[in-house]
Design a protein around this ligand. Structure first.
Ligand SMILES: Cc1cc2nc3c(=O)[nH]c(=O)nc-3n(C[C@H](O)[C@H](O)[C@H](O)COP(=O)(O)OP(=O)(O)OC[C@H]3O[C@@H](n4cnc5c(N)ncnc54)[C@H](O)[C@@H]3O)c2cc1C
Length: 389
């Protein structure tokens, strides 16, 4: 079913070069200045305006199938799409609707649910956040305790979520709730959607170490949600939330952030006139080689996913390698910046770089989407056949 007002052209019919040039020239003409390397992560109204512009011009939802209003790009074209965003220095903006919920609905939602939710997600009339983690259920997510009890054709939700990114900006939330405590803990979980304006939902922003209020605590106090908002079957939420894990970890493992940090490091080296000095050249060579390895792993993993495989080990390795490289690069930047590192945005030659913000963005990357320790546990068991930690 076509959930969009129109179906996009088949970009996969274009050669890779022709597609690259089309997107590049559109970005050059249309991308607003504040979207390119913004001083702060785009969010709220400004993020929605940017995604709406992409939508109106046919550049929205690159991975969604065309019949659902996306661009339907093949994996090689998706990589080009990302490379052009990097080239234009557009930093990553979280859009949980497009990246998480939309593909889940396309795969596992009913036709009615797709008709109701996909178009407002694409045109940004509705904006989503993710309510999975709880104070005692992060790495061990299956221990979540937020309850949903059936009451006629509704569920009544009570509990607390935490670290819900951009919940204060969201109109809707997709969340995991416990509907049964009888079976093993993964079994009694249900995936459900809620309107953030429903009485009983209270959002409290958390100020992080960078001084930003990106994520929130969200309290659910007798929140009545229609049973029709359940995605998949009641009790199957664990499988529903896991169905897209491969794409999510590929997205988080993308070397995009590392590339942005490397561009900044290079600009700093040039501005300081030390590009050829041995200490800088050593650091640069080491980080460049590591980045090349991450890029190769990313392409191989993306290709395997495109062929319908789920390369679990590669996804875990990619998550670790990409996020830890991002951290090392931003650490090298701060060390080079000396006293300027604490200031915020500083001109380095023709570039204006906020090293502090890049550094702060890199810190949590080894936590969200499954921490480095958890990924190493997975690899030690699956790849090295070591016993449980
Ligand atoms: C920037 C950011 C955005 C986020 N956005 C969202 C969001 O939008 N929605 C949402 O639901 N959640 C979100 N999260 C939460 C994220 O999913 C959790 O932080 C993550 O799953 C880790 O859980 P935790 O914070 O409870 O840490 P814990 O699970 O308590 O872990 C604490 C430390 O112990 C380590 N550890 C835990 N278990 C083991 C083990 N078995 N072996 C070895 N080490 C272990 C971890 O690696 C970590 O270093 C976000 C987090 C961050 C940082």
């Amino acid at each position: 079913m076509n959930t969009s007002t129109h179906m996009h052209e088949d970009f996969n019919a274009l050669s890779d070069d022709a597609f690259r040039l089309r997107f590049r020239s559109w970005l050059e003409k249309n991308c607003p200045d504040d979207v390119r390397r913004p001083a702060h992560r785009l969010r709220g109204k400004r993020a929605r305006e940017w995604f709406r512009l992409l939508y109106e011009n046919g550049w929205r939802a690159p991975a969604w199938p065309r019949e659902h209003g996306g661009m339907g790009l093949s994996i090689p074209k998706l990589i080009i799409y990302d490379e052009e965003l990097d080239r234009a220095q557009i930093s990553r903006t979280v859009d949980m609707g497009e990246s998480h919920l939309g593909p889940t609905l396309i795969k596992l939602g009913t036709e009615e649910q797709r008709r109701r939710y996909l178009l407002p997600m694409l045109n940004c009339e509705e904006w989503w956040c993710q309510g999975y983690s709880e104070p005692n259920a992060g790495s061990d997510l299956a221990s979540l305790k937020t309850r949903a009890e059936a009451d006629g054709d509704h569920f009544v939700i009570n509990g607390q979520k935490i670290w819900s990114s951009f919940a204060a900006d969201a109109t809707h939330v997709f969340l995991l709730v416990r509907t049964s405590t009888e079976a093993i803990k993964q079994k009694g979980i249900t995936f459900i959607l809620a309107d953030m304006s429903t009485p009983g939902i209270i959002v409290k922003p958390i100020i992080n170490i960078a001084g930003e209020d990106d994520f929130c605590e969200v309290f659910y106090d007798n929140v009545r949600v229609p049973a029709a908002n359940v995605i998949g079957r009641v009790g199957d939420g664990w499988a529903v939330s896991r169905s897209l894990l491969g794409m999510e970890r590929l997205y988080i493992g993308s070397p995009r952030n590392s590339q942005i940090a490397m561009q900044a490091l290079q600009a700093m080296g040039k501005a300081l006139g030390i590009s050829d000095e041995s200490q800088f050249a050593d650091t640069w060579a080491e980080l460049s080689l590591e980045l090349h390895a991450v890029q190769c792993l990313y392409r191989e993993t993306a290709r395997a996913l495109g062929e319908g495989k789920v390369p679990e080990n590669e996804l875990s390795m990619l998550k670790i390698a990409s996020t830890e490289h991002f951290q090392r690069t931003t650490e090298a930047m701060l060390e080079l910046a000396g006293e300027y590192g604490a200031i915020g945005t500083v001109p380095w030659g023709r570039d204006r770089i906020d090293m502090r913000q890049l550094y702060m963005l890199a810190r949590p990357a080894t936590i969200y989407g499954g921490s480095s320790e958890i990924q190493r546990n997975i690899l030690s068991k699956r790849l090295l056949a070591l016993p449980n930690a």
